[in-house]
Design a protein around this ligand. Sequence first.
Ligand SMILES: [Zn+2]
Length: 397
Amino acid sequence: MHKLFILLVGSLLVSNQALASDANQLAQDAVIVDTHIDAPTELLKEWRDLGIDTDREFDYPKARLGGLDVAFMSIYTSPGEDKKGKARQVANMQIDAIEALVQRHPDKFAILTSPNDIARLQAGGHVLLAYGMENGAPIGDDLSQLEKFHARGVRYITLAHSASNRISDSSYDRNHQWNGLSPFGEKVVAEMNRLGIMVDVSHLSDEAVIDALRVSRVPVIASHSGFRHFTPGFERNLSDELAKAIAKKGGVVQITFGVGFVNPKSAADLQTYFTESAALAKRNAEAKAAGKPLEDEEAFDKAWDANHPTPPTKIDAVLDQIDYAVKLIGIDHVGLGSDFDGVSGALPDKLKTVADYPNLVAGLQARGYKDEAIGKILGGNLLRVWAEIDAGKGGTR
Ligand SMILES: [Zn+2]
């Protein structure tokens, strides 16, 4: 009995080890594409050399450890920067910062602007950096900016972020001024189709996602979204119907890792925060107009954070999302958009940095996913959609 127990434990250990090294190997062999990493914003806030080991969630050594091949750098601008007329400036500075990184380490990084160049540019161990613009604010009201940002390498644009803008309504903003896309936003989508820039519907209101699907001639992506199924009422995550519509059009839903999107308690807190902080902003706007003293918005945020610590969340929360997505919309329409460096470290256990994709692979293997299916999720699906849109540019399709 005792001996049998030891034998059993021994074989379990061996199979666990085999699983782990297998997952590592698969992560190294497969093309991993992560469509949302907020390194540029963090770089501008507090600079690091991302070519060497850092305290950031994305850097070269960690990317190599995790088997990351294509990292979409998020060119993010806030509604506040838009209001101040700074969005275009900030976006260009972030692209400059990534170009400087590549120039500093031409042996480690290369800029990727077409999925056809991956094998060639990766030679010698390069991690490839692509650009996704989060918030269409830098376009302003000038369609020709799309061509300029395309020339700088931007290959997807999240039409809006946390506030309704000139292009689209946002899921976080109770003010749905357009009930979807604006008339200008429809022109933006058409021009993005023509140029070969992917339309990203993450962050949009439901009506705006429906409009984007209607207006776009080619598949659309959700660069970093979860499923509302797990977080009832949270419009930032996709409803089953919208996810199905994205898949039906040939697109892909890139599952995001942040606790705020995959943990129901955290998502509920986030919704309450948006309601309360919007109410506070409204009170302050009224007080300002009436010449009365304002409430301290920074103090409100600080107190909120102190009272709402990140709930412990297991990697299984992300695996559950992937599983649900695969069952609902099919293995060909699911991918990864982590939001590393974008959620203040509020990430599940075992999924803390770009070194951790092998843990996700091991989790998928444990749930019965075969190598081919895992390869699709890790990057194959996104690359299929990108290649289709890249090939169709020029408005000839
Ligand atoms: Zn985001």
